[in-house]
Design a protein around this ligand. Sequence first.
Ligand SMILES: C[S@@+](CC[C@H](N)C(=O)[O-])C[C@H]1O[C@@H](n2cnc3c(N)ncnc32)[C@H](O)[C@@H]1O
Length: 248
Amino acid sequence: MSAEHGGTGAEPLPLDKAPSRIAGMFDAIAGKYDLLNMVLSAGLDRQWRKQAITSLALTGRERVLDVCAGTADVSIGAALASPGSPRVVGVDFAGAMLAKGQEKIRAAGLPGRVQLVRGDAMTLPVTDASVDCVTIAFGIRNVQGTAVALRELHRVLKPGGRVAILEFGLPQAPGLRQLYQWYFLGVLPKIGRMVSKHGGAYSYLPQSVGAFPWGDDFARLLTEAGFATAQSRPLTLGVVYLYTARKG
Ligand SMILES: C[S@@+](CC[C@H](N)C(=O)[O-])C[C@H]1O[C@@H](n2cnc3c(N)ncnc32)[C@H](O)[C@@H]1O
């Protein structure tokens, strides 16, 4: 179900997702991004990423591509997730987010196993059929061309390759829905603005979620991009969805 169908109360006008605007916004909040993730999700963001990485069932032999890698939490998590040593490349177009990620990679002792590269999800700097697994955590909603980026994921995966995508949904259970809207539309933007000192980033968050498909609607986009077995699974009562799929 999407906002157009279910409604969030958020303004459903088209949002400006021009790459320069989105990259500039994430560059501006990079210093507070991890802190705000933890505070605003009450620490649940770690569990959501962990569930996405677990869904890939990494053996340690894979080449993993983490698209919209940001401050590299999924890239690092994927590198640590298996007894072997999967090689991970994270791609993002916001240099300040990647710089934070690079610090964390050094602190985790993983410089040899995780590489961060500046690039756009719509034109990935990766050759065809060259990676085993692709992840995107909370990134696809921000990409200007959703279908273009999903086709890029399909292009770079080897046959049989797996994808795990995390993105926000909107809980629909009566009572919870109203409570969540109060928090997501009212409280979260205020805390985000106060801590990040950025005027728009944390108002953009609920607006962009409200205008983006979730659940079966998003899984259908994966199928349309060529994926064989797209599935959607609500996490935390539908606050977030985990989408998994395979390249046939
Ligand atoms: C909400 S953050 C998520 C970061 C990280 N994956 C996480 O789990 O915390 C979204 C990231 O997507 C990146 N992004 C958005 N659109 C992009 C695009 N078209 N190409 C590359 N990166 C993009 C932003 O720069 C930002 O770092």
